[in-house]
Design a protein around this ligand. Structure first.
Ligand code: NG6
Ligand code: CA
Length: 508
């Protein structure tokens, strides 16, 4: 009777728990290595080539990212495709040059989805290989099909282009709507306080940065004078959604919590996690515990904050026993800018620090600092530490990761550089087209050719040389990394060859 059943039950439980223990024992690093590796892309926003201590930064320390740099492949010729955000992210996720898509520009917060739901994407590819896929952080690739109702399901978006899970800010930290979107739904929205967004005209009675300076905790320098949220004037007008508004100073912790929970919940299946951090893009809002963490004011402080987040995230991977089975790629979407529209001491407190790491230009620029960024691959026990000057680009991650999971794509622009990313080869791509606000330039070997473009030489508001000139420019980057010596006149044959090859790819 009852006694017998109870006995059976006890025997069953004991047997089962023994089995569980055995299972755990069997998971040696050896065994996990044979499984498909997890893939994590940590993507910073506007982090410059010289902004990490391991890449020469002064006045701030980034020990956690440095640990990846010094324990993996540190690329010195690693590129974003573009000198601005949306195009670079487009290339990262599709393996396609962004200039092939005429809409791939800096997107307003109301822009429709830039990636077609028909398109091949990195998360789709991995999903087909049995991966769980997630994006957590900054999206900025558009949402919906034109007019978005922020109070209903927002689609298409990341979930329609290959991500099983998405927890995002729609555009940038300086653009409305200033809310998080959880798998297509605004997180924490009160239906009685609906969100309205407009990028042209204000809603009646709503204060703005332009008209209500007395309400501001951060002053705007250029642009950024529409709706005020948390004392910070933004780009675009927003009404309602009070309970859903994010807290700027808590954003880093918030995304960190999300990536940590994601890893813990998905440790038993291979996962692809795109962790898109907001730092050090404007507005720079370090959590109070990071104020003064660098000598550089808020811009340096948020880089230190981002570094801390990376450290905490790596700790989670370690605690979950996943570090040996996870390929980590860390990079930035475009180069650095100091004053990107707010007064935040980035210029005043710069001191000895050179965010460009001696490169010319910056964000928005066709010169090197626009697109050449920190680029690191790390895989504990799999990648031997090395420095690589191979020419690699974020657009290549698609094809290279495809090969990592024994697949390939029909992609034109993305090259398989897997062995280079794994530190086994020092050969990169031969040629690369870089882009900055729809202008393009051509790199081949050590050479870069910048065609003539109309427009100001310097964008005065951000104080960055854009790379516009009346004539062709030609630089040898091995001898002249600072692009001071234009060889176009001296080397007409070389220039001609570069133009011909460039036009063959780019079209005339
Ligand atoms: C610009 C903004 C700049 C930044 C950038 C996008 C103004 C004057 N400037 O239009 O502050 O938001 O867009 O940056 O509004 S990115 O890194 O997302 O491309
Ligand atoms: Ca950016």
């Amino acid at each position: 009777g009852i006694f017998h059943t109870l006995l059976l039950f006890i025997v069953f439980i004991t047997f089962h728990s023994c089995q569980e223990k055995n299972k755990k024992k069997q998971v040696t690093p050896q065994a996990t290595l044979q499984e498909k590796p997890n893939i994590v892309i940590i993507y910073l926003d506007d982090l410059g080539y010289g902004d990490l201590s391991s890449y020469g930064a002064k006045g701030l320390e980034t020990p956690n990212i440095d640990r990846l740099v010094n324990g993996g492949v540190k690329f010195t010729n690693g590129y974003a495709t573009s000198a601005t955000c949306s195009p670079s992210r487009y290339a990262l996720l599709t393996g396609m040059y962004p200039w092939r898509n005429k809409d791939a520009k800096i997107l307003p917060g109301t822009a429709p989805l830039l990636i077609s739901t028909e398109q091949q994407t990195l998360p789709k590819l991995l999903k087909n290989e049995g991966y769980q896929t997630a994006v957590i952080g900054k999206w900025h690739l558009g949402l919906g099909q034109g007019i978005v109702d922020w109070n209903k399901k927002i689609a298409p978006g990341p979930n329609e282009v290959g991500f099983d899970y998405s927890y995002i800010m729609a555009a940038t930290q300086d653009r409305v709507p200033t809310v998080y979107i959880d798998n297509g739904f605004v997180d924490g929205l009160n239906p009685n306080d609906p969100i309205e967004i407009n990028y042209e005209t204000n809603f009646e009675g709503q204060p703005t940065g332009k008209d209500n300076p007395e309400l501001l905790s951060m002053k705007w320098h250029h642009g950024h004078n529409s709706s005020i949220i948390n004392g910070i004037p933004r780009i675009g007008y927003m009404k309602g959604g009070e309970s859903a508004k994010w807290s700027d100073v808590d954003m880093a912790d918030h995304f960190l919590n999300k990536v940590q929970s994601y890893v813990k919940a998905h440790k038993d299946t291979p996962f692809f996690l795109y962790y898109a951090m907001q730092q050090p893009h404007v507005p720079r809002t370090p959590h109070p515990r990071f104020i003064g963490a660098s000598k550089l004011g808020p811009r340096g402080d948020v880089i230190v904050e981002a570094d801390w987040c990376v450290g905490e995230f790596i700790k989670t991977l370690e605690e979950e026993n996943l570090l040996e089975n996870t390929l980590i790629i860390l990079s930035s979407d475009n180069g650095p800018v100091l004053n990107d529209g707010y007064y935040d001491d980035a210029v005043e407190k710069l001191g000895e620090h050179d965010p460009n790491g001696t490169l010319r230009g910056g964000k928005y620029s066709l010169f090197e600092a626009g697109t050449r960024v920190p680029f690191i691959t790390y895989w504990k026990g799999k990648i031997a530490p090395t420095i690589s000057d191979a020419l690699v680009c974020q657009v290549d991650l698609m094809e290279s990761i495809a090969h990592l999971v024994d697949n390939k794509t029909e992609n034109l622009d993305s090259e398989n550089l897997l062995s280079t990313f794994l530190g086994k080869s020092k050969t990169g791509r031969e040629k690369l087209v870089i882009e900055a606000t729809t202008r393009t330039a051509f790199r081949k070997g050590d050479w870069i050719m910048i065609p003539p473009y109309k427009g100001p030489e310097i964008e005065k508001q951000v104080n960055i040389e854009l790379g516009n000139a009346d004539d062709y420019m030609l630089f040898n980057l091995r001898e002249d990394i600072g692009q001071k010596n234009n060889l176009a006149q001296k080397m007409p044959e070389k220039l001609k060859k570069m133009i011909t090859e460039f036009e063959a790819i780019r079209g005339k």
